[in-house]
Every structure is written in structure tokens, then in C-alpha cells.
Design a protein around this ligand. Structure first.
Ligand code: ASP
Length: 339
């Protein structure tokens, strides 16, 4: 039987049209896809249905509530399809892919987020290829996780990050091997794919109203500025530190600001600014001092995975200490097991 895939169209460059102000989201994608995509059954192409969102957005406008809408829409249709493809803007695609991976735990069918750098309406575009490959993988390969397909690779969604604003190869997954490569053949890297879970246990939890912030350390940051950012009611902070997880801990007021926020219940997660590798707070005195101030090491999480994981765990109602314990432990392949 021809597999059936549900395509959720949320916006992004993929379906945009030129306007006086630059590319802007546009609807009516179903008709364009019907004339563009290979017919169902041809060369393994699945049949598909399209859900076009009423509010099509540039993904720069995406908010946590939008991640929840997509997760709930997939969960509501889960039994009716062999897999799902989400068409999304590239700017915050890695956040959405990460958020979906936490919301759809125990997934047993592929959910592949994709988009493009040039809209489908342009004569030269990467939209058609990206969508065709995403559909073929979703239909033919039982990858039981949220993936992000771009250019020629399927990446784990919660390991992916946007690395290029003008290349067709716009995404990378610096700390995890690609799940698949698409050339003349589609090669699945089975060793990199999550095992098939025994049962789904979706937790499509309503997003809370908590605020989660990101701060990248830089020489010149003042303790006053840090204290200002940490002011209540901040629930979580992703602190991007130097190298293996180091910060200016000798600066007067720096550790005090972090320790006071931790004591108030703000979960502060230490991630490296480096593209590859992770945090080991025990390696240097400048890192272990952060641990002493209540900062938890986030291992090799991406910023996108850390932000969405914080939102997910806090929205699940976990207390700050429970969130701190969970942050370095993989829930769905988003980070390596702590050493
Ligand atoms: N600004 C666009 C978006 O994220 C960029 C893209 O889709 O490539 O929606």
C-alpha cells in the first residue's frame, strides 16, 4: 500500500512570495505542490495531505505556543499517517525540531522538519528537493524520531543548528552523526538513529508562561548587567560560557548574582560557546566555581535543545532541582550520556 504522509505547512521561505518589503509568507501551497511533486507511488513517493496553517509566519516570529500547536496537531493525526513532514522557516527551525522531540517522546513514526533557502515559486530553488527527500524518507524509512532534513542530510532535530544564512547546506549537527545522507541513494546511518520505542508516551503539555533567556558571555559583561538579566521571574537561563564551561568567576558580584538566582529557583544551564564538544565544569577552577553557584552543566546540548528542554521540563511542572537533575541526562538523544 502507498504510505500516506501528513504535511504541516507553518510558513517560512519555502512558501513565501516576493513583496515590496521582501519575501513574505503566502498560502495556497497545496496547488503548487500538486503540480510540483512526483505523483504518489512513483519512485517510492507517498500520498500526502496538506494542513496549511491560517497564521503562516516567518519563523523569526515563532513562540513556544507555536511549538505546542504543531505538536498537538501531529498528536491529533498520529494514528492516520505513516509519518509527518513539517514545512517551517529555517531561522528557528532547530528550536521547533527540538521542542517537538521533547513533546512527542516515544515517537514510533518519522516527524521530519524541513524548509528551504529559496522559495518554491522561484525558478532555481532548494524547496522541491528538500521536500521530496523529506517525504521519501518519512514514507520509506522507519526513523522513530524528530529529524531535520536539509540539503542532503537528515539530522537529529534536537542536535541540529543553523550554521549558514546563504548556503543550501544551512544546518549542521556538530555533536551527532547525520541520521541519513541523500545522494543517488538514500543511506540511513542506522547506528545513529534512536531505537524503536516500545510505546508512545506523548506529553503534549500546555506551554507555561515561564521565561527562559540565553546569555553569551563576553569580555566586558558586567555583574550588574548579569544581575539585571537574572531578575525575577526568570525561570531558566542558558549561559553560553567559554571553552569547557568557564566564566569570569573572579569578577566581583558575578558568582553572587548566579548563586542568588539559583537560590531563588532559576535554573542556570552552562553550555559552551564552541561549535563542537561540550561542558565539563570540573575541568577548570573557573568552571567548578560556577557549579558551586548552582549552575548545572549542560554537556553537549545545543542552545536550541537547552532552551526547549528547559521550557518542556518547567511546563511539565518539575521543581527547579528536578529540572537541574534532568538537564544533563538525555531524554530523546539530545545530548550524550554524562561521563
Ligand atoms: N526568515 C525565514 C524564516 O525563518 C527564513 C527561511 O525560512 O529560510 O521563516
Amino acid at each position: 500500500m502507498t504510505p500516506r504522509i501528513c504535511i504541516l505547512y507553518t510558513g517560512g521561505t519555502f512558501g513565501m512570495k516576493p513583496s515590496a518589503a521582501g519575501y513574505a509568507p503566502d498560502g495556497g501551497l497545496e496547488a503548487a505542490l500538486a503540480t510540483t511533486l512526483p505523483a504518489a507511488g512513483k519512485d517510492g513517493m507517498p500520498a500526502w495531505d496538506l494542513v496549511e496553517y491560517d497564521r503562516l509566519i516567518d519563523s523569526a516570529e515563532a513562540q513556544p505556543a507555536d511549538w505546542h500547536t504543531i505538536a498537538a496537531d501531529i498528536a491529533a493525526r498520529y494514528a492516520d499517517y505513516d509519518g509527518f513532514v513539517v514545512i517551517h522557516g529555517t531561522d528557528t527551525m532547530a528550536y521547533t525540531a527540538s521542542a517537538l522531540s521533547f513533546a512527542l517522546q516515544g515517537l514510533r513514526k518519522p516527524v521530519i522538519v524541513t524548509g528551504s533557502q529559496i522559495p518554491l515559486c522561484e525558478p532555481r530553488n532548494d524547496a522541491r528537493n528538500n521536500l521530496t527527500s523529506a517525504l521519501l524518507i518519512a514514507a520509506r524509512y522507519p526513523v522513530p524520531e524528530v529529524g531535520l532534513f536539509f540539503h542532503d542530510r537528515l539530522l537529529r532535530g534536537n542536535r541540529a543548528t543553523k550554521v549558514a544564512s546563504a548556503d543550501f547546506a544551512a544546518f549542521d549537527s556538530p555533536n551527532h552523526a547525520a541520521l541519513a545522507r541523500v545522494g543517488i541513494n538514500i543511506d540511513i546511518n542506522a547506528a545513529a538513529v534512536l531505537p524503536m520505542p516500545r510505546a508512545e508516551h506523548f506529553q503534549v503539555v500546555e506551554p507555561g508562561t515561564q521565561e527562559v533567556a540565553v546569555l553569551r558571555l563576553y569580555p566586558g559583561l558586567s555583574s550588574a548587567r548579569l544581575q539585571h538579566l537574572l531578575a525575577p521571574p526568570l525561570a531558566g537561563l542558558v549561559l553560553q560560557t567559554y571553552g569547557a564551561g568557564n566564566g569570569p568567576v573572579a569578577m566581583p558580584g558575578f558568582l553572587d548574582a548566579l548563586a542568588a538566582a539559583s537560590a531563588r529557583g532559576t535554573v542556570i544551564v552552562n553550555l559552551t560557546q564552541c561549535q563542537r564538544g561540550g561542558v565539563d565544569q570540573a575541568k577548570y577552577a573557573t568552571g567548578s566555581a560556577l557549579a558551586g553557584a548552582g549552575v548545572v552543566g549542560g554537556g553537549d546540548l545545543t542552545v536550541e535543545a537547552a532552551v526547549t528542554k528547559l521550557h518542556h521540563l518547567i511546563s511539565c511542572g518539575l521543581e527547579p532541582d528536578a529540572v537541574r537533575r534532568q538537564m544533563p541526562l538525555p531524554l530523546c538523544g539530545e545530548c550524550s550520556e554524562p561521563a
